[in-house]
Design a protein around this ligand. Structure first.
Ligand code: CDP
Ligand code: CDP
Length: 219
């Protein structure tokens, strides 16, 4: 069974995907983290993203693995764990442009399907219910106001020692929403049969319980 969770930045996808996976004993796949991993590596290797053949050559040598360490997923790029390095505001600013490159998306979609193969899986991202797993048994589309999403992200960044103003965060979130929704390849949009969940005024518990109730109805 595949549970697809899509929605814009900081709407609450990861939190609910992680908890749903735990409660249901499913594999948890964070596809945003996968795009962050390739973005980090492209930046570190100073690849010119406007040069299609450089990007393709880079992808042919790029190796991304998913491991579970102490019950939590960990991504390894060419053998090294990058799960901490991919959450910075600097990566958030650049990841959308990199994830809009068709060759990057093709590579990632193939990998996402192979990671989820033969598993019960909660998969979260932007195009999971529309493109990666259009036949997913249950699909959620999570939304929340820009203001609350910026406040949530601020708290998260504070926890990793980054200070960034709410105004700046709101600007970044709006820019990323626009980029992700307007790109020609696999834009962020609600699948016709997805259940929309507005988490603006929901606690995490309320959100997860609501989603679990819907999953149980489908099972
Ligand atoms: O955690 P946050 O919502 O900030 O973003 P994320 O889920 O880590 O995703 C980072 C970026 O990767 C998004 O802004 C998208 O540009 C891209 N992404 C995508 O294009 N397709 C996906 N399935 C998942 C993420
Ligand atoms: O994965 P996505 O970027 O959509 O969002 P997330 O990482 O699940 O959530 C962003 C932040 O909002 C996290 O720090 C969550 O703890 C928080 N959150 C919240 O406070 N209330 C909710 N109902 C959902 C998420």
């Amino acid at each position: 069974m595949i549970i697809a969770i899509d929605g814009p930045a900081a709407s609450g996808k990861s939190t609910s995907a992680k908890l749903l996976a735990e409660k249901l004993n499913f594999l948890y796949l964070d596809t945003g983290a996968m795009y962050r991993c390739i973005a980090l590596s492209i930046i570190e290797n100073e690849i010119d993203i406007k040069n299609e053949s450089s990007v393709k050559k880079f992808i042919s040598n790029f190796k991304l693995e998913l491991k579970t360490v102490d019950g939590a997923p960990d991504f390894l790029v060419n053998g090294s764990s990058v799960s901490k390095k991919i959450r910075t505001a600097a990566i958030s600013k650049k990841v959308s442009a990199i994830s809009a490159i068709p060759a990057v998306r093709e590579y990632m979609v193939g990998l996402q399907r192979s990671f989820a193969k033969n598993n019960n899986c909660v998969v979260e991202g932007r195009d999971i219910g529309t493109v990666v797993f259009p036949d997913a048994e249950i699909k959620f589309f999570i939304i929340a106001s820009v203001k609350i999403r910026a406040e949530r992200r601020k708290l998260e960044l504070q926890n990793i020692g980054e200070t960034i103003s709410l105004t700046e965060l709101q600007k970044d979130i709006k820019a990323r929403d626009k980029y992700d929704s307007e790109r020609s390849h696999s834009p962020l949009k609600k699948a016709i049969n997805a259940i929309q969940v507005d988490t603006t005024e929901m606690t995490i518990d309320e959100q997860v319980n609501y989603m679990i109730r819907n999953v149980n109805l489908k099972k």
